[in-house]
Write a protein that binds this ligand. Structure first.
Ligand SMILES: *Cc1c(COP(=O)(O)O)cnc(C)c1O
Length: 393
C-alpha cells in the first residue's frame, strides 16, 4: 500500500485513528546517516524501534545500509532473532542476573559496564562483549576509576577462553548541542579508554561513541561505527542531518457540533468559545499518547487548515475548533484530521507536538498507545513470510 492509499483508507467515515509508518523514510534516513559517516551503521531498534515497529524498521534499516542492530535488553535481542534476523546484535542494558547463557546461545553480543557484569558474563562462556566506558553521563558504563581494572579482568577472561572483547563503547551526554564542551571531554575520555584497552593488549574491532546527533554534527566522534536510533525515524536533535519523519497520525472526526459564543469546553472548562463556532471531536487522547500538556496549545490539520486543539485533551478524546473565521461549515463526521506527519501538507510535525508538550520528539513517538491502528507502507514491503513481533510476543 502507498502512503496515499493508506490515508485514503483511513479517510473513510467510520474508520479509526491510524498510525502510518513509512519504511521508505527509514531506508532514506539510514542512507543519509551512512553518507555522513565513514563508519558502519548500527540500527538501534530499542523500544519497538522508537514506537515505529521493530521488524518493519529493522528491515528498512538493512535496506538502507545498516549492517547490524543495537537494543537495550536481551528480550529485545531475542525478539529480533525470533523474527529471523541473523545480523550481529548488541544488547547494552541488562541486570547481572540476565540470561547471558541464552545470549551466548543466540549469538547476541553484550555490553559489560563494570566488574559485576563481567563476572556474570564469564559464567556464560562464549560471549562477544563490548566494554562500556562512562564518557560523561554518570548513567551506564564503567567509571574511569574502574576502567583499567575492568580491561585487565576482561583480558584475563579472554585469555582463559571465556569471552572475546570485540568492542569498546561510550555515549556522549550533550550531542544535541554540538558546541557543548562536554562533548570534547567525552571524546577525550573515550580516546583515553580505548588507548588504555589497546595498550593492555585488547584488540577491539569496534569502537563506537556516536549516536544520531553526534554522527550528524561531530565527525571526531565517529570511530568505526555509529549507533543510530532516533535518526532511523527522522529525529536528529542536533538539527544538522536532513532526515524525514516516518510517522503520520490521522483520525476521523467522530462528531461535530455547533456551539454559541461563551460555551465552556471539556474537563475543567479550560476553554470558552469566544465566538459562535463548530467543534470537532477526535477519538484519540492521552491514552493514545497525545500529551495532556498540549491542551489548548496544539493544532491539527483538518480541511487543509490548521485548527486549534481546545479544552483539555482527555484520555480518549480531543476537541478541535473548526471555525469560525476560516469557516469549515462543511465539516462533518468522518472528515479526516492529520494530527502529525512529515509536514508536507502543512500538518503539524511530531517535533511541534513535542514543543507544545515541552518535551522531546522521542517521547512523543515512543509514547503512542497500542490502541492506534498501525499500517506500514513503503519499501521494502512487509514480508509476510517473516513472523512479526506481534506473533512472537
Ligand atoms: C538509545 C541509544 C542510542 C541511540 O541514540 P539516538 O540518539 O537515538 O540515535 C545509542 N547508544 C545508546 C547507548 C543508547 O542508549
Amino acid at each position: 500500500m502507498t502512503p496515499a492509499a493508506a490515508t485514503a483508507d483511513a479517510a473513510r467515515p467510520g474508520s479509526v485513528p491510524t498510525l502510518v509508518i513509512d519504511t521508505a523514510a527509514v531506508t532514506a534516513n539510514v542512507r543519509t546517516m551512512g553518507a555522513v559517516t565513514r563508519g558502519e551503521v548500527m540500527a538501534v531498534v530499542k523500544a519497538d524501534a522508537f514506537g515505529h515497529g521493530t521488524v518493519a524498521v529493522a528491515r528498512a534499516a538493512l535496506a538502507g545500509g545498516a549492517t547490524r542492530f543495537g537494543v537495550t535488553s536481551l528480550a529485545e535481542a531475542f525478539a529480533l532473532r525470533a523474527a529471523g534476523f541473523t545480523e550481529r546484535i548488541l544488547s547494552w542494558l541488562n541486570p547481572t542476573d540476565a540470561d547471558f547463557a541464552a545470549a551466548a546461545a543466540h549469538g547476541i553480543e553484550v555490553a559489560v559496564p563494570g566488574m559485576a557484569h563481567l563476572a556474570a558474563v564469564r559464567a556464560a562462556p562464549g560471549l562477544d562483549v563490548h566494554l562500556q566506558l562512562d564518557t560523561g553521563m554518570a548513567r551506564d558504563g564503567a567509571s574511569p576509576d574502574e576502567w583499567i581494572a575492568l580491561c585487565g579482568a576482561a583480558l584475563a577472561a579472554q585469555t582463559a577462553g571465556e569471552l572475546s572483547v570485540v568492542g569498546v563503547m561510550g555515549h556522549l551526554p550533550c550531542a544535541d548541542r554540538p558546541a557543548d564542551p562536554a562533548n570534547a571531554a567525552g571524546r577525550a575520555r573515550f580516546d583515553w579508554g580505548l588507548q588504555a584497552a589497546q595498550e593492555l593488549g585488547l584488540t577491539p574491532g569496534d569502537h563506537h561513541l556516536a549516536a544520531t546527533a553526534a554522527t550528524a554534527s561531530d565527525p571526531l566522534s565517529h570511530h568505526t561505527m555509529s549507533r543510530i536510533g532516533a535518526g532511523l525515524v527522522g529525529i536528529d536533535e542536533s538539527h544538522t542531518a536532513p532526515l524525514r519523519p516516518a510517522l503520520t497520525l490521522t483520525a476521523p472526526l467522530v462528531q461535530v457540533r455547533d456551539v454559541t459564543a461563551g460555551t465552556s469546553v471539556g474537563y475543567g472548562h479550560s476553554w470558552r468559545t469566544p465566538y459562535d463556532t463548530r467543534l470537532g471531536l477526535l477519538a484519540v487522547g492521552y491514552a493514545d499518547g497525545l500529551p495532556r500538556l498540549a491542551s489548548n496549545r496544539a493544532e491539527v490539520l483538518v480541511g487543509g487548515r490548521r485548527r486549534p486543539v481546545v479544552g483539555r485533551i482527555s484520555m480518549d478524546m480531543t476537541i478541535v475548533d473548526l471555525g469560525p473565521d476560516d469557516g469549515y461549515e462543511g465539516a462533518r463526521e468522518g472528515d479526516l484530521a492529520t494530527i502529525f506527519g512529515p509536514g508536507d501538507a502543512g500538518e503539524p510535525t511530531a517535533a511541534e507536538w513535542a514543543g507544545w508538550a515541552e518535551t522531546l520528539e522521542h517521547e512523543i513517538v515512543t509514547g503512542l498507545g497500542p490502541r492506534l491502528h498501525r499500517v506500514t507502507v513503503g519499501d521494502p514491503p512487509v514480508d509476510s513470510n517473516r513472523p512479526t513481533l506481534t506473533r512472537i510476543r
